[in-house]
Design a protein around this ligand. Structure first.
Ligand SMILES: [Zn+2]
Length: 408
């Protein structure tokens, strides 16, 4: 029997409430001829009874996920490019201490945010372990250190470059199980008046929308305002501001500072009160969420099976990391979905992890529109539906599964 999972924030027991079974790595796209056994793990989610943090019960070694070929690029979406540009402008105008200003980004990916900082001539450093995306950042004129961020990395940066006004991380912090080392590093690296800003998928949105595909190997923690508040307190930091963000299916941007360094905004208390009102931290609420997840699975499989039985082609849209949870949890393979189209060259002509559905370039979609497209990249739905108006004009219909299974 597996050992009882322990909370990666406080060390107490984690109570499991949702089990997705055996899963592959969400970004392990596979060559068609490859017969090697795939790396798998058990994807299950639990909640710590003491600090309330919702987290995976099993962790995948970081080198398995964030390696030379890590395929996700921030710059792929025009909405995300604008999101990061406006945030960089905000940092540049409101958070810098003077001539010696310094901004550090953890998991800077392809440099989409830091590019604006670099162009403004402000001292910066991106820390990024995934080699190929780090090279893309360097090509944009961004200074990158190819490394995982942890306490030792932070101490080394402090020794050579000094402390930072802003430490920022987008869709990175929730990836990292060894949070204590990260937060010790942050407190060492942060200037006395500095801010640590991070944004990640929000448990409140995941539960409200039943967007269970936000749960996969890379999303180790599912943060809520109350659990981040508690996590900050345990690491000698204070949660001073929160903002809800519409990107990636619903995120929250958290701002942490040294205790007493900043006034806590009213938004923090408002969201804390909202979470208490919804019972977001209650195990019973999370168990009802798990029930709805199983209903979505059953409804989606029933719909796809019926459409295929009626002779309709179905193509997947967006070979996203999050779609690995959907296809493998639901048992959706090439018998139901003919192929998945995606704009990322590194994924094209490969097979999706575990479910082994072929991935083809976008032209494969537009060259011969299917009657149905299963929208895996639903977090970019507005952008995609506007771009693919010709598919609708040709009579095509979108299959969606968030917040429930429906055809539009
Ligand atoms: Zn805990």
């Amino acid at each position: 029997m597996a050992p009882e999972p322990r909370c990666r924030i406080c060390g107490d027991a984690v109570v499991e409430f949702l089990d997705f079974g055996t899963q592959p790595l969400s970004d392990a796209f596979r060559d068609p001829g490859d017969t090697a056994e795939e790396f798998t793990y058990r994807l299950a989610v639990g909640r710590c009874g003491t600090c309330g943090m919702v987290q995976l019960t099993e962790e995948v070694p970081r080198e398995e996920m964030f390696h030379e070929e890590y395929p996700y690029l921030s710059r792929g979406s025009s909405v995300m490019r604008e999101h990061f540009r406006s945030l960089a402008e905000r940092f540049l105008t409101t958070e810098l201490s003077g001539d010696d200003a310094f901004i550090v980004e953890l998991g800077c990916n392809d440099g989409t945010m830091l590019k604006t900082v670099a162009e403004a001539g402000v001292r910066h450093l991106g820390v990024e372990p995934s080699g190929a995306v780090a090279d893309l950042a360097a090509e944009e004129g961004v200074r990158v250190r190819k490394d995982f961020f942890e306490e030792a990395t932070a101490l080394d940066i402090v020794a050579t470059e000094g402390q930072a006004d802003v430490i920022y991380a987008a869709n990175t912090l929730c990836h990292i199980p060894y949070m204590s080392s990260i937060l010790r590093g942050v407190t060492a690296l942060l200037r006395p008046e500095g801010v640590f800003v991070f944004e990640d998928p929000y448990l409140g949105d995941i539960v409200e929308r039943t967007s269970f595909d936000q749960i996969y190997d890379e999303h180790f923690f599912l943060f809520s305002v109350s659990s981040v508040d508690e996590m900050a307190r345990r690491h000698d930091l204070e949660l001073v501001d929160v903002e809800r963000l519409p990107v990636h299916g619903g995120e929250v941007r958290y701002t942490l500072a040294r205790p007493g360094a900043r006034k806590r905004s009213a938004a923090v208390e408002e969201l804390l009160a909202e979470e208490r009102g919804r019972g977001l931290g209650d195990l019973a609420v999370l168990e009802r969420f798990a029930e709805r997840v199983r209903t979505v699975r059953d409804d989606l499989v029933a719909l796809l099976t019926r459409l295929r039985a009626e002779g309709h082609r179905i193509v997947g849209y967006g070979a996203t990391a999050k779609s690995a949870t959907v296809t493998n949890f639901c048992g959706i393979g090439p018998d139901l979905v003919e192929f998945v189209c995606d704009t990322t060259p590194a994924k094209q002509h490969k097979l999706t992890p575990g479910s082994h559905i072929p991935v083809r370039p976008s032209e494969a979609f537009s060259d011969d529109y299917p009657p149905y497209a299963l929208l895996f990249a639903w977090n970019h739905a507005d952008e995609i539906m506007a771009k693919e108006q010709a598919f609708r004009d040709a009579g095509g219909r979108w299959i969606r599964y968030v917040p429930d299974v429906h055809v539009v």
